[in-house]
Ligand binder design. Structure first.
Ligand SMILES: [Zn+2]
Length: 369
């Protein structure tokens, strides 16, 4: 007896796949599954993957600058897990947790090293807001919620502090042994100085931004130090955002065999409603246009973020993993895709989520408000 039996789905290679879920976990997978079930979902030939993980979002609804609602960017758009990337810090993350645990979508957080997260744009301009002991205490207090730490290393954020906040983040990381996500943008600090501080496994978000201080040199090639960082195992994450995804940078990188390992949106209410982000599927469709295969795209929102943030029960379709699934179609549709710099491309195909499950609970697109 299954709690939920998924019929007539296909894996991303196109093979028939049926899935049984019990008590929130995947308990059986095969090309044809029979048996009693409390609920049957007919996927009608849609693709199924492990539930999509968007590893850079802003969904602490009580914030003023960057905020959204977990389920609006989560289960309503085929995303089963979101990781809030530093909206809050040790001073306010408990309030965020109290709200986040009510969501249908799985919500995790990266702790901003600055006390109150992104209350103002320049959260790392005052070093007295970075308190290592309090950061460590908070991380110990919320081990199932805080899955990493976040430092935003760009001009408007750091004030006169140069690389110091990043060094403080690295020091904290060495004590708490958690993944570190670093946001890059305009200098100072110089991208080269940021990458210098990082090690394999550290995550650089906004990797394909179109700014002067990005990975692309003026001669149109990837800067040597960026290539070196990539080859050393520093994780390149999309973090599309209002300001931080450029088609040309993504294309040149691709030609030089630099691909984003994880694909995230940096979504919040304004770039969701007004674009250019809209949702994770739209970001995936943009990378499809750049030439990423379906397998690469899905890995970048499942296995890769699960590995990057050590989400052990998520990210793959296997017996024993959480019953988080995303169902989607690949549709032949010519749509206008716009990057963060108003460059336009036309799609040949787009990804369209049709439903998802979180711990075996089904959410369909028709329920979208
Ligand atoms: Zn962000």
């Amino acid at each position: 007896m299954f709690d939920l039996l998924v019929k007539n789905a296909r894996d991303i290679k196109g093979n028939a796949l049926e899935i049984g879920i019990n008590s929130g976990k995947i308990i059986d997978l095969s090309e044809s599954l029979q048996g009693q079930a409390k609920e049957v979902f007919d996927a009608k030939g849609a693709y199924v993957s492990a539930g999509w993980i968007d590893s850079h979002v802003h969904c602490f609804e009580k914030m003023d600058l960057y905020y959204d609602y977990p389920d609006e960017i989560g289960v309503a758009t085929g995303v089963t897990t979101v990781i809030d990337a530093g909206s809050s810090g040790e001073g306010n993350i408990k309030n965020f947790y109290a709200l986040a645990k009510k969501a249908k979508t799985n919500v995790f957080a990266l702790l901003n090293i600055s006390k109150n997260g992104i209350v103002t744009q320049d959260e790392l301009s005052d070093l007295s807001l970075i308190d290592e002991a309090k950061n460590i205490a908070r991380i110990k207090e919320l081990p199932d919620f805080i899955v990493g730490i976040k430092a935003r290393m760009s001009k408007t954020v750091i004030g006169q502090n140069g690389i110091i906040p990043l060094q403080m983040a690295k020091k904290l990381q060495s004590k708490v042994k958690l993944p570190l996500m670093v946001h890059i943008g305009s200098a100072p600090p110089k991208l080269e100085d940021v990458l210098q501080e990082l090690e394999a496994g550290d995550i650089v978000t906004h990797c394909f931004n179109g700014k002067e201080n990005g990975i692309l040199a003026t001669d149109g090639e990837i800067k040597d130090f960026a290539l070196k960082a990539y080859r050393q195992g520093i994780v390149f994450d999309i973090g599309h955002g209002t300001d931080s995804f450029n088609f040309k940078v993504a294309q040149v990188a691709r030609e030089e065999e630099v691909s984003a390992q994880s694909i995230s949106t940096d979504i919040y209410i304004r770039n969701r409603k007004n674009g250019p982000v809209y949702d994770l599927a739209t970001t995936l469709s943009k990378l499809l246009k750049v030439g990423y295969s379906l397998e690469e795209l899905i890995s970048a929102v499942t296995t890769a973020p699960a590995k990057n943030f050590d989400l052990k029960n998520k990210g793959s379709l296997e017996v024993g993993k959480d019953g988080d699934l995303t169902f989607f179609k690949l549709e032949d549709k010519q749509e206008i895709l716009v990057d963060s710099n108003e460059n336009i491309q036309q799609s040949e195909q787009i990804l369209t989520p049709v439903a998802c499950t979180v711990a075996g609970v089904l959410y369909q697109e028709s329920e979208k408000k």
